[in-house]
Write a protein that binds this ligand. Structure first.
Ligand code: UD1
Length: 321
């Protein structure tokens, strides 16, 4: 059994990874500073993982916690385009300095491999679709710049120090445990919970922007494949992790409304600063190098996510009765 360290384990993707690794009988360690992570995401995991409250900006704490670890799954970040536009410095610190600190700790601990949550935002507004990894990055928002800098650091640590690293460019991941309550929450978490509550949804811009929305189980699988794929195929490299399908926000709104039985109409507001217009991935590289396939489609992912939020929202409603 290998020992995995998940940074940001109480976050959306980190907690999904922890649940799956525990289910597979692996040993899991994780830390979070609860800035965007949630204690409730660790429900059911307390006795099964080794947890520490720790910040990415605490290099000594991380160096200690990294000792004996085989694989680091670096998910911790301040993951929001609009938040980075409003406050670039705090997201810079977490996303760039924090990533450098993780790499330093991993190198010192001689871990086998670091897998990093990179972002599709690195492509920015390059006009051609689908996006593939050989395209020149063209980041727009501070968040996109920060996530791209992290990739470059991972590549550098492989080339300079021989630390094995893999960057996974996530394309709009959604699913259970995604926080719907922040103004910076991902659009699907917001729309689903707003529709379930019978509240209005706001679309920024004309709604014709499109995304390659990816169910979280696909991202979890990609991480676990990236840990075990042959060194010569993956180390120091960057891979798209996506469904490889694209839906506009208007289409997405209609599909969700049908699943939920919501009859309201969306409100339209001005476009959001730093937004990318269209996003769609080519996942051929990840397939070839590590055997990645998106096994859960967008629609199936939506159905499962709606079910999860229905269950997750029940206790709050029934206790208030
Ligand atoms: C971007 C990245 C994504 C990354 C995420 C982290 C791209 C293409 N994608 O996602 O890989 O994981 O940052 O935060 O760069 N919107 C509404 N109404 C709302 C909320 C959002 O219309 O209430 C719109 C946004 O303006 C945007 C789309 O929905 O056009 C998606 O927004 P969001 O879910 O925040 O993700 P991205 O910024 O696309």
């Amino acid at each position: 059994m290998a020992l995995y360290l998940i940074t940001g384990v109480a976050g959306f993707i980190g907690s999904n990874l922890a649940h799956e690794l525990v289910r597979r009988g692996e040993r899991v360690r994780g830390f979070d500073n609860f800035e965007t992570g949630k204690r409730e995401n660790l429900a059911g995991l307390a006795s099964k993982i080794e947890f520490r409250e720790l910040d990415l900006l605490d290099p000594q704490g991380m160096a200690e916690f990294c000792r004996g670890v085989d694989y680091v799954l670096h998910q911790a970040a301040i993951p929001s385009v609009p938040r980075s536009v409003e406050d670039p410095v705090s997201s810079h610190n977490a996303n760039i300095t924090g990533t450098l600190n993780v790499l330093m700790a991993a190198r010192e601990a001689k871990v086998k491999r670091v897998v990093y949550a990179a972002s599709s935002s690195a492509y920015g507004d390059t006009p051609s679709l689908p996006k593939h990894e050989a395209m020149l990055p063209n980041p727009i928002s501070p968040y996109a710049v920060q996530k791209l800098a992290g990739e470059l650091y991972l590549n550098s640590f492989y080339r300079v120090y021989g630390l094995e690293t893999v960057s996974l460019r996530y394309f709009n991941i959604f699913g259970p445990h995604q926080d719907p309550t922040s103004q910076y929450s991902g659009v699907l978490a917001k729309f689903i919970t707003q529709m379930l509550a019978g509240k209005p949804c706001t679309i920024f811009g004309d709604g014709e922007q499109s995304r390659d929305f990816t169910y979280v189980e696909n991202a979890v699988n990609a991480n676990l494949l990236a840990c075990k794929a042959p060194t010569e195929k993956v180390s120091g490299r960057v891979f798209n992790v996506a469904t490889a399908t694209r839906f506009s926000l208007n289409e997405t709104f209609r599909i969700l409304a049908k699943i939920i039985g919501y009859t309201g109409q969306p409100k339209y507001s001005p476009p959001r600063g730093g937004d990318v217009k269209h996003s769609l991935a080519d996942v051929a590289s990840a397939k070839e190098a590590m055997g990645y396939e998106p096994t859960v489609s967008f629609e199936e992912g939506l159905v499962r996510t709606v079910e999860w939020y229905k269950q997750a929202l029940v206790p709050a409603e029934s206790t208030s009765r």
